[in-house]
Each structure stands twice: as structure tokens, then as C-alpha cells.
Design a protein around this ligand. Structure first.
Ligand code: C5P
Length: 219
């Protein structure tokens, strides 16, 4: 049986989630937004009034994740993104979440996963790897527009959003375990100048090229 694993990595607000969902629809594959696992871990620590810097507490939370947290309205908030980014730097948290992600990637037929370390750590065997990026300014514009749409006047200002994105980029790229980096064999997709439809079209073209190059894996 053939298995098509597509790894989509990149920094916050690069468009990787939108692209991964579109690829999953296009190829009829299941999709996992792995950021949600780290966000749920951060949220569990916050709900228990714990400190995301406390590696042991964060690892306990990751090992006993309540799936209901994945639908919590606070999951995608800015505060929780920061908690997610802090807990995700603990090696024990990454270890606790590894098997779930590998099992998802390994299901028959394949899957699309998006995150920071899919092509490098979770599924280095992926048939197609994309590293989706965009300039920090463009990413801050997108996130700011999204927050204004959601919270109106109560949304944080553009400068705050840009600073948050820069802080998260630095934390994700500088950590010692599974830092955010482009896999050597990942295709780069810069979405700074692209709308959603064009970005998705280019992503599909890159996946098609990778399939042609590598052929689908025979299990
Ligand atoms: O993708 P998203 O922005 O929802 O991820 C939230 C945080 O989770 C990121 O800032 C990153 O620190 C962490 N993360 C990670 N590895 C992944 C996915 C997300 O470290 N595979």
C-alpha cells in the first residue's frame, strides 16, 4: 500500500496551517495541526495555575492531555501561544508528544502534519516536505488583522503582535531540542507576496514535484 506523508513546517502566521489543511483536502488525507498539542499542554499548565517554565509540571501535563482542551476557546489566544512556546522547549514535553505525532504520520495511506519539526524529527521519511515562511512584517500584519477581526478594539496593537512573533520565532529557533529549522530536503515556500489561492497552488506543485522525485513509499 502507498503512503503519502506531507510535512509542513514554518514559523507562526506563515500560512502553514492554511496550506496544510488545503493539501489534506486536495490529497484526501487526514491532517494534524501539531501546534495544538503544545497549545493544549500550555493551557493545561495554565489551568492548573502552574508555571510553563516548570519542565516537570509541563511534562506531566503533556503525558496526560485532556483531548477536550483541543477545543477550548482559549487554545488559540496570544497568552496561550506564549505558554505553548515555553512548554515546547522542554525536551520531556517533546518526548511525551512524539509518539502521538509519529502514529498519526504512520497511519495507512499517509497524512499531512504541520508544525516546527515535522520534516526534521517527527517524520524525516516524509515524501514531501515544505518549509513555509513569510517576512516577520507580513506575518504580523496577518495575525494583527485576524485579532482585530476577532476582538475589535480590544485586540493588541500591531507593534505588540510583531514583538510577540519575534519573541516566539527566537524561542522556537534557539531551543536545543527540535528547533525550528528547514530540513535539508524541504522545499521553501515564501508566502510574503502570495494570496491563499496562489500559495496553495504552489504548495501542490511542490508536493507533486516531490512525489515525482521520490515516488510514493511502498510499505
Ligand atoms: O503552530 P502554533 O503557532 O499553533 O504553535 C504554537 C507553539 O507550539 C509554537 O510557537 C511552538 O513553540 C510550538 N510548536 C512546536 N513544535 C511543533 C508545533 C508547535 O514547538 N511541531
Amino acid at each position: 500500500m502507498t503512503s503519502l506523508i506531507i510535512a509542513v513546517d514554518g514559523p507562526a502566521a506563515s500560512g502553514k496551517g492554511t496550506i496544510a489543511r488545503a493539501l489534506a483536502r486536495h490529497y484526501g488525507l487526514p491532517h494534524l495541526d501539531t501546534g495544538k498539542l503544545y497549545r493544549a499542554t500550555g493551557l493545561a499548565v495554565r489551568l492548573a495555575s502552574g508555571d510553563p517554565h516548570d519542565a516537570a509540571a509541563a511534562a506531566r501535563a503533556a503525558r496526560s492531555l485532556d483531548p477536550e482542551l483541543l477545543d477550548d476557546p482559549d487554545l488559540m489566544s496570544g497568552e496561550n501561544a506564549e505558554a505553548a512556546s515555553i512548554v515546547s522547549a522542554h525536551p520531556a514535553v517533546r518526548a511525551a508528544l512524539l509518539e502521538t505525532q509519529r502514529a498519526f504520520a504512520g497511519q495507512p495511506g499517509g497524512a499531512v502534519l504541520d508544525g516546527r519539526d515535522i520534516g526534521t524529527v517527527i517524520a524525516p521519511q516524509a515524501v514531501a516536505k515544505l518549509f513555509v515562511t513569510a517576512s516577520p512584517g507580513v506575518r504580523a500584519d496577518r495575525r494583527h488583522r485576524e485579532l482585530v477581526g476577532k476582538y475589535g478594539d480590544a485586540a493588541p496593537g500591531h507593534a505588540t503582535v510583531l514583538a510577540d512573533i519575534a519573541a516566539r520565532d527566537a524561542r522556537d529557533s534557539d531551543r536545543s531540542t527540535a528547533p525550528l529549522r528547514r530540513a535539508d530536503d524541504a522545499a521553501l515556500l515564501d508566502t510574503s507576496e502570495l494570496g491563499i489561492a496562489a500559495a496553495v497552488q504552489q504548495a501542490i506543485a511542490l508536493v507533486e514535484a516531490a512525489i515525482l522525485r521520490g515516488g510514493q513509499q511502498q510499505i
